[in-house]
Design a protein around this ligand. Sequence first.
Ligand SMILES: Nc1ncnc2c1ncn2[C@@H]1O[C@H](COP(=O)(O)OP(=O)(O)OP(=O)(O)O)[C@@H](O)[C@H]1O
Length: 295
Amino acid sequence: MTAIRVEALRKSHGRFEAVKGISFEVAAGEVFALLGRNGAGKTTTVEVLAGFLRPDGGSVRVLGHDPSAERAEVRRRTGIMLQEAGFFPDLTVAATVDAWRGFTAAPRPRDEALELAGLAGRAGVRVRQLSGGEKRRLDLALALLGRPDVLFLDEPTTGMDPEGRAATWELVRELARRGTAVLLTTHYLEEAQRLASAMAIMDGGEIVASGGMAETLAARGGRVSFRLPAGVAPAALPLPVTVDGDEAVCRAEDPDLAAQTLLSWAAERGLRLPGLEVRAATLEDLFLDLPKSAR
Ligand SMILES: Nc1ncnc2c1ncn2[C@@H]1O[C@H](COP(=O)(O)OP(=O)(O)OP(=O)(O)O)[C@@H](O)[C@H]1O
């Protein structure tokens, strides 16, 4: 089931066109990463989907509804974690959650939301005393209060320590397993690669690359690297390599097969390939392949 549908969306801020006709879909139970450098148009897109901004062109549907025309219906079933949290610094964590529960239909119990977000035991702390990462967790707790079918996460783990980040990833995975559609924007490419099954990279308001995460990365191939054995000329190797210092790098569609070819070649000659490393493509490799302007 399609949870989010964006078709030819356009949105300007004044005369500046921040989103220039983008299209993508997110299915129920899918984590979709919207990526791109600062100012690419990601937040503007999320704000349209959340019903905060009206599109100038094209259409968006969240759970089959138009988020600006049917805002109440969409808001009831979506959770949003935006970049700037508008908390009252003097309220405690518990009071903040209670206030939000008042605005939420059929909210989760307070302790359940705090537990989910990893804030159990911090209920009595004032918001101003929370660390940056803990504030993100509080944001997450609020976003999950209404047991949303669609979750918008804008830079959810900024400021979190590695443990908090790992716990958040696990929570997002679990929510997706239970059917929540998650639209994630992040600058942490490792986060996107681990969590998302599909992605789109935006630049200057347009989508410059998109597709299933695994398929896109597999199509990009991978690399095998090793230290060139003494006395071996790169041209003598059975596969083409680029050489940087004494490191040889072989880019290949199937890096496992390339490694086997290189190792058999070396074994036949009684050579070793020290420091041999086989690596599938990462999202970072994909980014580095994009035109400079898109990174
Ligand atoms: N309210 C606004 N008024 C004017 N320009 C805006 C407004 N909001 C965003 N913009 C501009 O629109 C462009 C896209 O911004 P947006 O916040 O959507 O990008 P982003 O991809 O989310 O960036 P970041 O990674 O920094 O969050 C930017 O150039 C930004 O300066």
